[in-house]
Ligand binder design. Sequence first.
Ligand code: ADP
Ligand code: ZN
Length: 725
Amino acid sequence: MTTPQSILKETFGYDAFLPFQHEVIENVLDRRDTLAVMPTGGGKSLCYQIPALLFEGLTVVISPLISLMKDQVEQLRAVGVPALFLNSSLQPEEYQTNMERVRSGVIKLLYVAPETLLTPRLFSLLTDMQVDCLTIDEAHCISEWGHDFRPEYRQLVDVRRRFPDAVCLALTATATMRVRSDIKASLGFSQSNEFVASFDRPNLYIEVVPKDNPAIQTARFLERFKDQSGIIYCFSRKQVDDLADFLTRRGYLVRPYHAGLADDERRRNQEAFIRDDVQIIVATIAFGMGINKPDVRFVLHHDLPKSIESYYQEIGRAGRDGLPAHCLLLYSYNDVAKLRYFINRKDGTERQVAVQHLDAIVRYAEDEVSCRRKPLLEYFGEAYTAQSCDNCDNCTGQAAEQIDITIPAQKFLSCVKRTGERFGAVHVTRVLLGSKDKRILQAGHDRLSTYGIGRELTRKQWAHLSRQMVQMGYLNQDGEYKTLSLTRKAYDALKNRLPIMGHLQEAEERASKKAREVASAYDQALFTLLRAKRKELADEAGVPPYVIFPDRALMEMAAYYPQSDARFLDISGVGQVKANQYGETFMAIIRDYCQEHDIPEGLKEVHRVKDDYGRRYMKVGEAFNEGETVESLMQQYQVKVGTILDHLARYMAVGHTLRPVDDILGLISAATGQQEAAFAAFDELGTAFLRPVFDRLEGSVSYDDLKALRLCYMSQAAEEMRPEG
Ligand code: ADP
Ligand code: ZN
């Protein structure tokens, strides 16, 4: 028997419903009019797509966003659902063909713009047919109280009356009470059938930092998102153009997006972003309405948005696929002054409202204490009751005031003691973090009672804490190796359990750490191969890559190595049709890869924690630290010098340090002056890409030399961040 669950799995490839999806679907199937309010990424589409497959007749979806219709129809066709759209973007012949196909009854879902629906031609066709469900997407457009009122939506009231037998489902991501009751009243809904999902987006890491040098801050931020899609919002067109130029010069694939560009160019830029032909869009707020890209990994607000509402909407474009995403706002009082200047030129209530909006976002940005989610959700009328979300800067971060750090301080001190007061901060921290480092194991420190008891803090936080312990006179630090030992004060504190007050530093790049955890759970090298194949297939079919498979599906393939149809169907996001169409292609890659690396197929139920397959850079980095030279590694892996240097850079980029790099210095043939020029170029252009540095030096330093110099540069930078006495 076909049920909503079986369609969820067989057609769409998902194992479980997202919150309220099932309830909404059951209501619609029972033919009760329903209003569903869900945040972006909440999974609204399935709420009507699954019923549409269970109804005998047609489901008509009314949507104001023409570009999204095409996207939805492409995604539905990719899973084998007969769907099409009618709107003004179609050529007359296409329009005619689509009308015929609707008439023939083979179509389950028809997407239309409201003004199209009201044309007599379509209207009379539909009144002759069995329409089982009228879905009104972006239903807030019906309300004058919404932020996006559209007069043509008002006429839907009439449409609704003309299809008395069709059940009506209204969907929106706008939560205010006023808009909600307006929608229900306009469409004549009864009270009871309303579902409001939480607007919290737990996978978004939310952060606000003072803006001091926005260009450099932006460049640093981007270094964490190699090959990953993101949006940067700026205040003005000029800033958009300037920043896009700056980033292009640094080697990023970037396109601008603002109202000053011709429609055609805007559309091309948006398309390039959706298709993964460019990585970053730099935009004024106008960007984003018409896109549905699920794998946006970061949203950076280069300038202050004008209200909490627009801010929330903009960050909401990140992480629709539920995987971790990072939202950073650069805040400066200059921006506030700039916005005030524009507000002062308005008058009457418009000005009042704008002032209120601005005040609210300023309060939000300046708040360094409460969880970021609290004011955001409260603004939309939702109480956020959790003590800490564990995924915003204020919850994970620094406290400006001194706090009780007795427990971590005791852990650190006793770990210094248990390791015999013979080691420096790095070693002690490794023990606390439960590191498998060779030196720890050799010393037998993995058998200490303090081994692995400090995982709640990051390496950087422990380093900071250790510096404080020295400064506050709990620890002595001696000799070339900066060996730590306990002072009398420390013994007193431990013995008498005295409280210790101090600071805990902000957790280092928390979100990217989370992303790294997700990342390390699958095989990166295989993922890259699968991703390339996906892009190739997408380009052939003329659709965005996520229409072929979402990122999560590729990650699961790269974690479980499915090699049979049954196993392939276990993967999230793989339904029957996609398995038939693409299964063999992707499994062929997986099989080859597994054969080459001698990897067995894994069961999805078994959670593979970390595996080293394909993470050669880790092996290379570790071997190097254990004393292997670049030459011996080249021999061992049969690769060129540049490849080993790349592995080492990658090893450092994920947070490891390298032993002193003297023998790397020996590989460099560039003269001292050129080396200095290269360092200056790294200062300015960053280390993520070598091409801009190479160009800056006008090709005078070879790529291999640059790779070696980059390692020295990175080591030096890492050294500067190390705890000193
Ligand atoms: P909305 O329209 O509410 O912003 P979408 O319908 O576009 O959300 O869904 C957001 C993403 O979540 C899409 O990539 C979709 O494929 C995915 N998704 C939807 N339902 C589920 C589910 N039950 N399990 C896993 N992923 C889902
Ligand atoms: Zn929080």
